[in-house]
Design a protein around this ligand. Structure first.
Ligand code: PLP
Length: 413
């Protein structure tokens, strides 16, 4: 019989979102009348439609595909130059990044898994806690961890606690790591990293010959003037960092699918024999062998996000989500809850009231307010005692959530 990849059996069943769905279903079986009242602020998916600049570009590209003279078949496996050049001009103005260091993909989730194709085994890997679960599970699948422990963490990974005490930015570890995943603005905590903190991580990576995989899916939500939008704003990052970008949250592309990675030519790893090898060539080979890139129509849509109209239109959508986050923060504060995040990110990270844990708060929000949130512990041990509210919603729904949370508190127990 054929062997399977046993590592998949180490995965703790996709636990978080199925468990949320199970609890919502069970609640609605008990209280069917609540079905029309449920407001979902759980999964981080956008709610606003594609902006007109993107739609126009995609319509025009589709028309090109329908005419013999302008039809396009296979495109370049690493992405069209028009998009790679628009990205460099739009996201790396004044920074030292070249179009051939930009690799187009169908999204950041794909890239997070694919990168392990070109990295070896045995890397001491640091992962923040709480964390976007894809970094962990892709390492499990690749065989880079041991078994799951009872609390859902895995042997063989180094967890970097992110707590209120460290502002949800992990302390520089005393032990050497070879690979570190960082994500700022952060999902799930909604927190941001300062330039000095990011510089400390870059210095750490340079000192230990480590690589930082830096996820900036939410970079266009950054409002603080001096906060870093890219790790390449920090000197030396070209030698120690890859950056993961997505059009999902800024462009509403969760259902369109497009993102990109930046792999600078200086970035290198080591062979088993100790020889230094640049990752750029391996990454290019990985994509041209295993993929034929992303559809032409989609890449034209992504390019339109960088046009003047596209930028203005998406800025509006993002401002709207950030105003939602502000309303959620203020609402939670007004009922005495301690709130983090939601300033440079579309997530609000709320401390559970005394004596209630993450799932307890999830149940109360569901049963008393009919609002679906995400329990913090679902993102890691250090998420216990918190819950996440997503600001990806309509203004009406956000105002309703705030009203219901206030009503919940005013109700006699
Ligand atoms: C949403 C999200 C992404 C984007 O994933 P896509 O596959 O591009 O949709 C990446 N990283 C984090 C932390 C996210 O929350």
């Amino acid at each position: 019989m054929t062997n399977i990849n046993d590592n998949y059996l180490k995965l703790r069943g996709a636990y978080l979102f199925p468990e949320i769905a199970r609890r919502v279903t069970a609640f609605l079986e008990r209280e069917p009348a609540a079905a029309s009242r449920i407001v979902r602020c759980g999964i981080g998916d956008v709610t606003e439609p594609l902006v007109p600049a993107v739609l126009d570009a995609m319509h025009a590209a589709l028309d090109e595909m329908g005419r013999r003279e302008t039809f396009r078949g296979y495109g370049p496996p690493l992405g069209y130059d028009f998009l790679r050049e628009a990205i460099v001009a739009g996201d790396f103005d004044g920074l030292d990044i070249a179009p051939d260091e930009v690799f187009i993909s169908d999204g950041s989730k794909t890239d997070c898994g694919a990168i392990l194709d070109v990295l070896g085994t045995g890397n001491r890997t640091g992962i923040t806690d709480p964390v976007y679960p894809v970094y962990v599970d892709s390492n499990v699948m690749a065989g880079h961890t041991g078994e799951a422990r009872d609390d859902g963490s895995y042997d063989g990974l180094t967890y970097l606690p992110c707590t209120a005490d460290n502002g949800f930015v992990p302390a520089i570890p005393s032990a050497p790591l070879d690979l570190v995943y960082l994500c700022y603005p952060n999902n799930p905590t909604g927190g941001m990293i300062t330039r000095e903190q990011l510089r400390a991580w870059v210095d750490y990576a340079l000192e230990h010959d480590a690589i930082i995989l830096y996820d900036v899916a939410y970079k266009d939500f950054v409002r603080e003037a001096d906060a870093p939008r890219s790790i390449y704003e920090i000197d030396g990052a070209r030698r120690c960092a890859m950056e993961f970008h997505s059009f999902s949250k800024n462009g509403g592309f969760t259902g369109v699918r497009c993102g990109y990675t930046v792999c600078p030519r200086e970035l290198a790893g080591r062979t088993r024999g100790g020889e230094e090898v640049p990752l750029h060539g391996l990454w290019a080979r990985r994509w041209s062998t295993k993929s034929n890139s992303v559809g032409y129509v989609v890449q034209r849509g992504a390019e339109a996000l960088y046009s003047e109209a596209g930028r203005a239109q998406t800025r509006n959508v993002i401002e709207n989500y950030l105003e939602n986050a502000r309303l959620l923060r203020e609402g939670c504060r007004s009922i005495g809850l301690t709130v983090y995040g939601g300033v440079d990110a579309p997530y609000v990270w709320v401390t559970c009231p005394d004596g209630v844990d993450s799932w307890g708060m999830f149940d109360r929000m569901l049963e008393e307010a009919n609002v679906v949130v995400t329990p913090g512990v679902g993102f890691g041990r250090c998420g216990e005692g918190y819950f996440r509210i997503s600001a990806f919603n309509t203004r009406e729904n956000v105002e309703e959530v705030v009203r219901r949370m206030k009503a919940m508190v005013n109700q006699p127990a």
